[in-house]
Design a protein around this ligand. Structure first.
Ligand code: NAP
Length: 282
């Protein structure tokens, strides 16, 4: 029951009405009997400052931040954690003694999803796409003792910019290039992570950048798209006998990390995943 003592958390973004985060977090709060509620706030582009002021005024304990505010919001928060600073984007805010902290749990969410099926040590990882999610995943992978990292993108310059930032901020050199390197790099990779929105609802039949003939049995294939849970890329990977990881896993794990930041409690992963799958099926 929501009372005068209930702590408020939520997500800001534009658009926001299709967000699955309220379903996932409220299921977790109910399961653990925590006096919290999670709501979606429609905050338009350019309104990050007002959102931060509102968070302080209304004493909102925690917020997730999604498109288009992940970068802009940094200018208005009081403190930023080391990983979020490296990535240059924030997806989680916490109000603490009147000050707002910024974190980024996207990369860690992806790592946790991968760790369900493999160790990352010395692995060669190929990332497709060079947007915000790619940046978060790439920076997090660099701190995980992997073997090599390759980033390929339709717009080569954006991949090169991530590589340049990784080199400047961590001293690590990685390979960055255009999609013409795909056939060569996928042969060498142990793990493929697709961070492009290809195959995302409603374009669920869109042809993926990588097809079954380019994959093999001992490849691990992770898609970031979570709706549908089984994308055209994951169907192709299955045809090749490769191991697949749905985008839902990352969604749940990044949410679980935010949950821990706000409540100090370990999140009930299975309950969160079940709530999302039931909603998507409807
Ligand atoms: P973004 O910043 O817009 O970046 C998208 C990237 O995909 C860009 O590098 C873009 O290439 C590339 N791309 C887009 N369409 C393409 C196409 N048809 N062919 C080749 N490349 C294409 O988006 P984002 O924030 O990184 O998010 C990417 C995806 O990850 C979205 O589907 C999002 O929903 C998902 N995501 C999932 C989770 C999760 O928890 N599972 C978390 C975060 C994001 P150019 O640079 O050439 O434009």
């Amino acid at each position: 029951m929501i009372t005068g003592k209930t702590k408020v958390t939520g997500v800001i973004g534009d658009p926001i009405e299709h967000s699955l985060s309220p379903i996932m977090h409220n299921a977790a709060y109910n399961h653990l009997n925590l006096d919290y509620v999670y709501v979606a706030f429609h905050v338009k582009k350019g309104k990050a400052r007002e959102a931060i002021e509102a968070m302080k005024t209304f004493r909102i304990e925690g917020l997730n931040v999604t498109i288009p505010h992940k970068v802009d919001i940094i200018d208005y928060i009081d403190r930023i954690d080391e990983t979020a600073k490296l990535i240059g984007a924030v997806n989680t805010l916490k109000l603490e003694e009147g000050k707002i902290w910024g974190f980024n749990t996207d990369g860690l969410g992806c790592i946790r999803a991968l760790e369900e099926v493999t160790s990352l040590k010395d692995k060669k990882v190929l990332i497709l796409g060079a947007g915000g999610a790619s940046r978060a995943v790439a920076f997090q992978l660099i701190s995980e003792n992997i073997g090599n990292l390759y980033i390929l993108n339709r717009t080569k310059k954006r991949a090169e910019k991530i590589a340049e930032d990784i080199k400047t901020r961590t001293g690590t050199s990685i390979f960055a290039g255009g999609l013409e390197h795909l056939k060569e790099k996928i042969k060498d990779a142990d793990i493929l992570i697709d961070t492009t929105p290809i195959g995302m609802h409603p374009k669920t039949d869109e042809k993926p950048l990588v097809t079954a003939d380019m994959m093999r049995k001992n490849l691990i294939v992770k898609d970031l798209v979570y709706n549908p849970p089984k994308t055209t890329l994951l169907k192709e990977a299955e045809k090749a006998g490769a191991k697949t990881i749905s985008g839902i896993k990352m969604l749940v794990y990044q949410g679980a990390e935010s949950f821990k930041i706000w409540t100090g409690r370990k999140a009930p992963i299975d309950i969160m995943e079940k709530a999302i799958l039931e909603t998507i099926k409807r």
